[in-house]
Design a protein. Structure first.
Length: 347
């Protein structure tokens, strides 16, 4: 299975310093802090950058205690994550505990995975990416993180009942399930462990009639059905799947919903964004978390989720998408995705 358990002094430091965390706000956000080459995100974090400033403003306004970032470039020494944490600290948000590990996005395979006769393209990596770490993930927390079980090297073929389409045997032998990562991160809050099940799935589009991405998107979520901890957990991330609108296979998401509480976080901005192709959507626009052009599919969709395990008490939830004003402009400038948060009564 290739399971790795990651723990160490950096992750476990401060375990005895858990503070009162009642209520506990957990958020996921895909802030588009990914660039076209290695080191470019770190460059932008170190200079005046309007998009970076907007991302910081969104997070400072919502003030999560635990934050999962998706589509955030990873580097070996964690310099970009440290630089971003420093910017948040300047805005009054201190996240002393952080975790990131090498994602599958941009990880070279040496194979022609997309069978286009060329090697080394973004489509030939374990997960789409032009360089190692492009579009990775990171966790920032006010509370200690660790241990972290990293399932990112789990092979797609090893998932029971997988929907992998027929592929060459040499591809099947190395193809990983995660397009980005799957982490089970234990976060200790008020001396109690909470499992953050973190992921970022491939979009179920940009493929052919074999529906490779649609099948992989389904199986990335179905993975958790066999790996839910027997302990309090929150499943969070960019699932890249709307349960009612656009493309995708919603069966795995529906199965996951039997194990979690869906707080149905809403926003005024999403509720107001009903023009163009959105007028034909079946889902409640107030639940949308992705804001894409209204003149062509897919339009706005619900793709980002924070799903607490059944039995955890949800106090409040929301999608940061103001309908108007300066904060609405900041959300728009930061990313096509909107930050989603859920507040728990903990412990």
């Amino acid at each position: 299975m290739g399971l790795r358990v990651l723990a160490g002094a950096a992750l476990l430091a401060g375990l005895g310093l858990a503070a009162d965390a009642d209520p506990l706000r957990i958020a996921t956000y895909s802030p588009d802090l990914s660039r076209d080459g290695p080191g470019l995100l770190l460059r932008d974090l170190g200079r005046e950058d309007a998009q970076v400033a907007a991302v910081v403003q969104v997070i400072a306004e919502t003030r999560p205690d635990i934050l999962l970032l998706t589509h955030f470039d990873w580097d070996f020494e964690g310099k970009a994550l440290d630089a971003f944490a420093a910017l948040l600290a300047q805005a009054g948000l201190d996240y002393p505990h952080r975790f990131a590990a090498r994602p599958n996005s941009g990880m070279a395979t040496g194979l022609d995975l997309n069978a286009d006769g060329r090697f080394g393209s973004a489509d030939d990596a374990q997960g789409f990416g032009r360089f190692t770490g492009q579009g990775g993930m990171a966790i920032l927390s006010r509370h200690p993180i660790g241990p972290v079980t990293d399932y990112t090297d789990f092979l797609w073929r090893d998932l029971p009942g997988n929907l992998m389409p027929p592929l060459p045997e040499k591809v099947v032998a190395v193809r990983r399930l995660s397009s980005t990562a799957h982490w089970d991160a234990v976060i200790t809050v008020a001396d109690k462990p909470l499992h953050l099940l973190a992921m970022s799935a491939t979009p179920p589009v940009f493929d052919g009639p074999e529906d490779l991405n649609g099948r992989r998107n389904h199986d990335e979520l179905a993975f958790w059905l066999r790996h839910l901890p027997d302990a309090p957990f929150v499943l969070a991330g960019n699932l890249n799947l709307d349960p009612l609108d656009s493309e995708g296979r919603p069966q795995a998401l529906a199965a996951i919903m039997a194990h979690v509480t869906d707080p149905l976080p809403r926003s005024a901005g999403g509720a107001a964004a009903t023009g163009g192709v959105n007028a034909r959507h079946k889902g409640d626009p107030a639940l949308d978390t992705g804001d894409w052009p209204d003149d062509k599919p897919p339009g706005n969709l619900r793709v980002d989720y924070v799903l607490p395990a059944k039995g955890l008490k949800v106090i409040d939830s929301g999608v940061f998408w103001p309908a108007e004003g300066p904060l609405a402009k900041a959300a728009l400038a930061a990313s096509a995705h909107r930050l989603v948060w859920v507040e728990l009564d903990w412990p």
